[in-house]
Design a protein around this ligand. Structure first.
Ligand code: F0G
Length: 401
């Protein structure tokens, strides 16, 4: 029912071909469905639990999926922060509530299922952390080995802990994420492991369900969808999914796709601002939000289309703005996220301040990963606990009562 199609030259390939780039022109591939043959109705979807697999007619998996009950994450109305920023309709979709604590699980339930469907017996990825944690978890569930490559010293503690505990073969390279991705790509091509970075078009299919769920939860299409951008897979995936919903006649408008990067690694923002045909990679990306410390986003070509075609925009935020929003989300809304996730909402604050967002807009921010992913960055921002003797007077004095 589906096939792989090059986003640049339109060359088509059978769905079962294991391919990460177009063999004709080298560009990215996307999964294309014959939407005329998809007979599902919204009513049928609405009867199923909110989850990735609610939308299975628009997913490429035809076997029993490898699932940990991913998706179905909460959509919170940010009342207090929204008031502060001047937005009545500001929402956060908390992807940190997925099984491994990030949105990557949506991609991996589909990606690892596809590995089995395509008869692959081992999987691999490069990662700034979350992809590796999620792949390790789903490979464990599937009972197949996983190899993950990390940039040494630049991955948050919780993510390394997950990859190790779930039993992946964890390799730290003395280089950054972009180099790790090149290496694992070569490894997969030469040794037949199944590559599950976002260059894999099937993995992104799972991630598009963030958009589907947000619309189902909101009851309508928001004016704007805001995502933190690293490798630019997620923003591209959400856009692709929404286009499919529109083609099916399930929605009649598209939100303005808006990407937020960290100032120290913002090649997409530059490409949008300077209206470049493609991104100029940054060789030394740097940010406290290590999840999005990426200089050469592999999905840039798809993301630029998503942003441009929907009249969206791209903006960067400083590390201080990211950390301030991480604290604000935690303390004013009770939402615990890792720094990269706070970038989306910090970006909204900045865009409102500079007048690029209208205050009447209904906005969904994706907050991508859980606070516990990066405990070091949390602890550094907080006062340590007050240690006291174990008696009541000491407690009262500590509380200044
Ligand atoms: N937020 C978090 C928490 C992430 O882990 C990532 C990407 C992003 C946002 C950006 O998403 O790459 O699709 O634009 N993390 C990848 C990883 C690169 O290896 O875990 P993107």
């Amino acid at each position: 029912m589906e096939r792989l199609v090059c986003v640049n030259c339109g060359a088509a390939y059978p769905a079962e071909q294991i391919l990460y780039n177009c063999t004709a022109c080298g560009h990215l591939l996307a999964v294309q469905y014959d939407l005329n043959k998809i007979k599902v109705t919204k009513k049928v979807w609405n009867k199923r639990p909110l989850s990735v697999w609610r939308y299975r007619e628009l997913l490429p998996v035809h076997i029993e999926p490898v699932t940990m009950q991913e998706g179905g994450t909460p959509l919170y109305h940010l009342k207090r922060l929204g008031d502060e920023i001047g937005l009545k309709e500001l929402y956060a979709k908390h992807e940190g509530m997925n099984p491994s604590g990030s949105f990557k699980d949506r991609g991996m339930t589909v990606g690892v299922s596809m590995a089995l469907q395509l008869k692959k017996r081992s999987v691999a990825c490069a990662s700034t952390g979350n992809t590796s944690a999620s792949l390790a978890m789903y490979a464990a569930k599937a009972g197949i080995p996983a190899v993950v490559l990390l940039p040494a010293g630049k991955v948050a503690l919780g993510k390394v802990a997950q990859a190790l505990m779930h039993g992946a073969c964890v390799i730290s390279i003395r280089g950054n994420f972009d180099r790790a991705l090149e290496m694992v790509h070569e490894l997969c091509l030469s040794h037949g492991l199944y590559l599950l970075n976002s260059i894999n078009p099937y993995r992104l299919e799972g991630q598009k369900t963030i958009g589907f769920e947000a619309i189902d939860q909101l009851g309508e299409v928001p004016d704007r969808f805001v995502l933190p951008v690293g490798n630019a897979g997620n923003i591209s995936a959400v856009y692709k999914g929404l286009l499919e919903l529109k083609d099916l006649g399930f929605i009649d408008s598209l939100p303005m796709m808006t990407g937020i990067q960290a100032q120290g690694s913002s090649p997409i923002v530059r490409a949008i601002r300077e209206n470049l045909p493609e991104v100029i990679p940054e060789t030394h990306p740097e940010t406290v939000a290590t999840a999005i410390r990426i200089g050469a986003p592999v999905n840039a070509e798809k993301a630029l289309i998503a942003i441009r075609k929907t009249g969206g925009c791209a903006e960067w935020v400083t590390d201080d703005e990211i950390l301030r929003m991480q604290r604000d989300l935690a303390r004013k809304e009770g939402i615990g996220v890792e720094p990269a996730s706070a970038a989306s909402v910090a970006g909204v604050r900045k865009l409102v301040e500079i007048g690029a967002i209208d205050r009447s807009e209904r906005i969904v921010c994706v907050v991508t990963g859980h606070l516990l992913k990066d405990p070091d960055t949390v602890i550094k921002q907080c006062e340590p606990p007050t240690e006291i003797d174990a008696d009541l007077p000491s407690l009262l004095s500590a509380l200044q009562l």
